[in-house]
Design a protein around this ligand. Sequence first.
Ligand code: ATP
Ligand code: MG
Length: 344
Amino acid sequence: KPLVFSGVQPTGNLHLGNYLGAIKRFVEMQAHHDCIYCVVDQHAITVWQNPADLKKQIREVTAAFLAAGIDPKAHVVFNQSQVPEHAELAWVFNCVARMGWLNRMTQFKEKAGKDRENASVGLFAYPTLMAADILVYRATMVPVGEDQKQHLELARDIAQKFNNDFRDSVAAAGFDPDEGFFPLPEPLTQGPAPRVMSLRDGTKKMSKSDPSDYSRINLTDDQDTIAQKVRKARTDSEPLPSEVAGLSGRADADNLVTIYAALAGTTREAVLAEFGGAQFSAFKPALADLAVAVLAPINRHMRELMDDPAHIDAVLADGSERAGAIAAKVMDDVKDIVGFLRSR
Ligand code: ATP
Ligand code: MG
């Protein structure tokens, strides 16, 4: 049965893009699949995190998962650092992946910026850890936002190269060498808003690490803050078009219409059928009301959960134990295949 795996970094400022592009879809996948959802704290430290803040942020992402409707009993919710097999497999993958492959990753280029000599080695190797996160469960279905597509392709390349490099050993360990030991994971990026853009610049993705808080709607923003951010969102001065074709070349307008459609569970066509010809002064209040209506219940539930950190920690400990049981078995096979001796 195909497993679903995905993760969110506890880097603070969880936002509407994380919700529409990832967490909302995590919730939907639960109905028909076995799902493993991870708070990827080891990814977070690829850029500096204040230790006390990191602990709070790990609990906050967990609270967001639960508040959005992820069921930690029927599925698995845990944090990465509690299952050491992720880092263990990542090392093997560091030795399978090629420098040239990682050199092509656009996320590294964006996050390292101009001062590449000063970026952490972890930031460069980020995609090999991400491949390990998925493949240590031999998961194949990975719901992510569009920005993660390139990393998923790399995970497929790593799985394929591992299967080829160790072909004879895979067979000796009792696996079909034509199928390979690792399956090839698929990015699931379809959905209403696979790429939510910044409210300040419709050509840049909404991001936790954008220094401007006005660039994003945070899941922890109150009603007034949401209304103010939507009001201040950058737009052009034309009214909304009546057809989707009229949005081309209007990135800011397109973004707001896309967000509205995703929040309402409808299409951009349907939104423009209703708001075509309207000025932003009329559209923005409607968008703010809708965002508040969708986010307020999640926000309220997150606050309640954050008041009881011991409960959150217990959820993560239980999830880590169940995730670790799966990961340990896969890692035992990996050790055999690679040629490591092991005691158990
Ligand atoms: P950071 O800036 O720290 O990388 P982030 O906002 O990119 O933070 P991540 O934790 O890296 O968040 O990503 C979590 C999930 O949210 C991933 O599946 C990612 O593809 C998705 N995601 C992130 N930003 C957006 C966005 N703007 N639109 C849609 N999905 C997004
Ligand atoms: Mg990111």
